[in-house]
Design a protein around this ligand. Structure first.
Ligand code: NAP
Length: 334
């Protein structure tokens, strides 16, 4: 990267508004001359993508299918997921796109989706946790947990744990997690659920997204011996059904500055495909093809202690009900 591109990136990064908007995407893309997604090849790689029926996930699915990946789309509605897989096959000419339906907030459903994937696929190169939503009113997920935390923290934890052996057998492999820049405003809090009487959708979402970023680092440490790299990222501000429904006023106000779903998916597709930067490191947090810091406020940095991290891991083990032995899973795969 040239000195000019680095200086521009640093100037953009100093402002949320410029960095997260389509201005940041377009200036960086031009200054750094990113190879377009059409140049990527994923032939022979198997990718499981959660939340592939809408918004960023749908745009990522289209790009991954065009790059010839074997793609499994996972979302809640069986008919919608199947129809999306068929539409993507028709548009890309790639007939290795299939559908798997599950509610990421329901641990039993996550277990049965993992079992199904293990039955149908002999390898898994990339696991992408993209499904997510802001819930304006508090909802309870099937296992009894608040829905944001259930579907974006505990569900993805369980799916990674259940598929860790397959990822390790397919190594080098990677696990990607779509977090949000909103996590910069949230501390690491365990348990991450707000009390029901204090529920605030965007706050709950930001706490879940912070927990995702910390879990990404914890998985990176644990899966390093198996050559499974873990990265989290955020997409900037993207014009999607999810943003319009979850944060309607924000979406209306910033509409001219929002990224398109394809722009929002760029970093995700790049991390899924890039063999240099992404596979050479693990535990990173990315925006626009560059690693970023995970704290911007002293208060969130203070909250992110070794003790809080241990508590988060223990919380996920307990709430997901996963009692596997990760070391044994990794040893068996190597
Ligand atoms: N848009 C933004 O500006 C923005 C900014 C920062 C981060 N993000 C993150 O980017 C990701 C994608 O968001 P988006 O804006 O593209 O949202 P979206 O348009 O609402 O798409 C969300 C996808 O997730 C699936 N999904 C939601 N809850 C699920 C659950 N419990 N189980 C299984 N699938 C579930 C949805 O599928 P079904 O409804 O068909 O099940 C849909 O495919 C999310 O993690 C979000 O937090 C977005």
């Amino acid at each position: 990267m040239t000195h000019w591109a680095r200086t521009l990136d640093a100037a953009l990064e100093a402002s949320f508004l410029l960095s997260f908007s389509r201005v940041g995407f377009s200036l960086r893309n031009r200054a750094e001359r990113w190879p377009p997604p059409e140049t990527l090849s994923l032939d022979g790689r198997v990718i499981l993508l959660t939340g592939g029926t809408s918004g960023i996930g749908r745009a990522a699915a289209e790009q991954l299918a065009r790059a010839r990946a074997t793609l499994v789309l996972l979302a809640r509605d069986p008919e919608r997921t199947r129809a999306t897989a068929e539409a993507i096959t028709a548009a890309s000419g790639n007939d290795r796109v299939s559908a798997l339906h599950t509610d990421m907030g329901d641990p039993d459903a996550v277990r049965s989706a993992a079992e199904q994937l293990l039955r149908t696929h002999a390898r898994l190169d990339v696991l992408i946790h993209n499904a997510g939503a802001v819930h304006s009113a508090r909802r309870v997920a099937p296992g009894g947990l608040e829905a944001t935390v259930a579907s974006q923290v505990v569900g993805p934890f369980l799916l990674t744990a259940l598929l860790a052996g397959l990822l390790a057998r397919s190594a080098p492999a990677r696990v990607l997690t779509m977090s949000s820049g909103g996590m910069y405003l949230a501390p690491l809090r365990v348990p991450p659920e707000l009390a029901p009487e204090r529920y605030d959708g965007p706050r709950q979402y930001a706490l879940a997204k912070r927990a995702q970023v910390v879990l990404n680092e914890l998985w990176a440490e644990r899966l390093a011996p198996a050559a499974v790299a873990c990265h989290a990222l955020h997409p900037g501000w993207v014009d999607t059904p999810g943003l319009r429904e979850g944060l309607p006023r924000f979406a209306r106000l910033l509409r001219p500055l929002l990224r398109s779903p394809a722009e929002g998916a760029d970093g995700l597709v790049w991390l899924a495909a890039a063999d240099g930067a992404a596979l050479g490191t693990s535990g990173g947090f990315w925006l626009d093809r560059r690693r970023r810091g995970v704290h911007r406020l002293p208060s969130t940095r203070r909250s992110d202690s070794a003790e809080a991290r241990r508590a988060l891991w223990a919380y996920c083990l307990e709430r997901s009900g996963w009692d596997g032995d990760l070391d044994a899973v990794i040893r068996a795969a190597s």
